[in-house]
Design a protein around this ligand. Structure first.
Ligand code: PXP
Length: 240
């Protein structure tokens, strides 16, 4: 069975839009758990645009399923990860001006930095995953860095599928399948995520030996749509 890690960053995005205390990511994590989430994924970004340090600490203490913390190879967040010891840490690249994580980690260009980060996290007893583009060179280098898993960046596939570019979608899927084989041949756990939606998830979930998919935006987007009607009814009842 393929596991689902639900990324709740965008619950915090809505909260931070007003710098208030709702919606609460901890409440969202509990609802995701009730819905069957196998893990809760959060990204503690350097600019703290959504998830805050406190969220990580409270979630680690209150959520029953494993926490997957996405973080950059930066000293301050590595220190926080080693102190809070989430079940899994996924190392991702980070650029301040990006809207979301736009590409995989460049492990070829920053081999030593990533290897050091992996070592620190592993020494703290954390399972380590590396977020990579489905690029054979990156996977080859990553295989020697001591990580437990590789999360393949599904952005190119997702982008093509959202635009209904059938040929590009199929080509991107073929690339993901080959990369998945390479990850498994290297003895690493295979995860994937980014841009996956209710429409495009099935072929990725069907890739051999897929362990875990991390999905955020599409699930939170649907939650607004399936919950908004009730939320308006509740307010109408109060004011009338
Ligand atoms: N996996 C990683 C490593 C990510 O950085 C993100 C985005 O935060 C996701 C999965 C989830 O992507 P999306 O929100 O597009 O489902």
């Amino acid at each position: 069975m393929v596991l689902l890690g639900v990324n709740i960053d965008h619950v915090a995005t809505v909260r931070e839009a007003r710098k208030t205390n709702e919606p609460d990511p901890v409440w969202a994590a509990t609802l995701a758990e009730l819905g069957g989430a196998d893990a809760i994924t959060i990204h503690l970004r350097e600019d703290r645009r959504h998830i805050q340090e406190r969220d990580l600490r409270v979630l680690t203490e209150s959520v029953a399923v494993p926490i997957n913390l996405e973080l950059a190879c930066a000293a301050d967040v590595l220190k926080i990860a080693c102190e809070t010891t989430p079940h899994q840490a996924t190392l991702v690249p980070e650029r301040r001006e990006e809207v979301t994580t736009e590409g995989g980690l460049d492990v070829v260009g920053s081999c030593e930095k990533v290897a050091n980060a992996v070592r620190r996290l592993k020494d703290a007893g954390i399972v380590v995953s590396l977020f990579l583009d489905p690029d054979p060179n990156q996977i080859d280098t990553a295989a020697g860095l001591g990580a437990d898993a590789i999360e393949l960046h599904t952005g190119a596939y997702a982008h093509a599928s959202t635009r209904h570019h059938t040929h590009d979608t199929q080509a991107a899927l073929t690339t993901l399948i080959a990369a998945g084989k390479q990850v498994r041949a290297a003895g690493l756990t295979l995860n994937a995520g980014h841009g996956l939606t209710y429409r495009n998830v099935k072929p990725v979930a069907s890739i051999d030996d897929m362990h875990e998919l991390n999905i955020g935006h599409s699930i939170i987007a649907r939650a607004i749509m399936v919950g908004l009607e009730q939320a308006v009814r509740d307010m109408k009842r109060l004011i009338s």
